[in-house]
Design a protein around this ligand. Sequence first.
Ligand code: SF4
Length: 325
Amino acid sequence: MKKYYIITYGCQMNESDSEKIAFQLEKEGYKPAKAMEQADLAIINVCSVRQSAINRVHSKIKQLKSLKLKIILTGCILEKDKKKFKDQVDQIWPIIDFKAKSKYKPDKKALVPIMTGCNNFCAYCAVPYTRNREKSRPVDEIIKEVEALVKKGYKEIILLGQNVNSYQNFPALLQSLNNIPGKFQIKFLTSHPKDMSDELIKVIAKSKKISREIHLSVQSGNNQILKKMNRGYTIQDYKKLIRKIRKVIPKAEISTDFIVGFPNETEKQFEDTVKLIKEIGFKRAYVSAYSPRANTAAFKLKDNVPSNEKKRRKRIILDMLKHAQ
Ligand code: SF4
């Protein structure tokens, strides 16, 4: 019997895509291999949103080639990267349909994509080019999937989307999921501040099954950088939103994402991010060092913050958050 092995890089959406690939392969008669040395087929599900992931893929392909197995590349890959990898792998598969069935992990936490793609075009991000514009799944289909998971004993349902809260009528979807009988918790990732409506905040407040940890990407604490990133809000808007959330949901805990070293980010502009962290008191944050991606608006700007400086800024934020917890 043929065996497969999947290597996943990137965000939880890619994790979920790997679960769908696994389901599909098992339907075709493949069995999972415990180690890649035992596999006949290796799938690298990659994220080309960060250059560091692309570099890792090159070395992974070299390693797999020495094992003489069939290598498939898939995931969030920019066209320019596809060209580079074309001759190094056996096949390149398009991203799997986000409506396909999943082989969920046995840990009782299920990833449930509800939408994919993005219409926002943040200046640094390749997602609108790799996953294209926003597409949503029908409400009924999502409700059925969650009902079945709860029946199977799943305790944590993580709704996924590149811009999850721009799902059409997201508050109504959350309310319907909250009404499903059983003991479980609902989380959702990743939210854009501009789509965090008053109605959505109210629904979270009155729905007991929705997690109080709210993830709201801010990316920078400086208005000029936010404008260059094309994020569509100011730091004043963001702080106002957090005040509103905390007023309506007193137990809310805010987590976020930062990018340090965006082109021309000065020390002073970075200090605004430090100031914001002190003011908000984030529960958690994911920090990445800026890396240029082809096609994006920021690609035309010079990547002029030295990598040591990016690392230093990243460390400062991570240390601050460690002390905050
Ligand atoms: S909202 Fe998120 S996925 Fe969409 S372009 Fe911005 S960073 Fe990328």
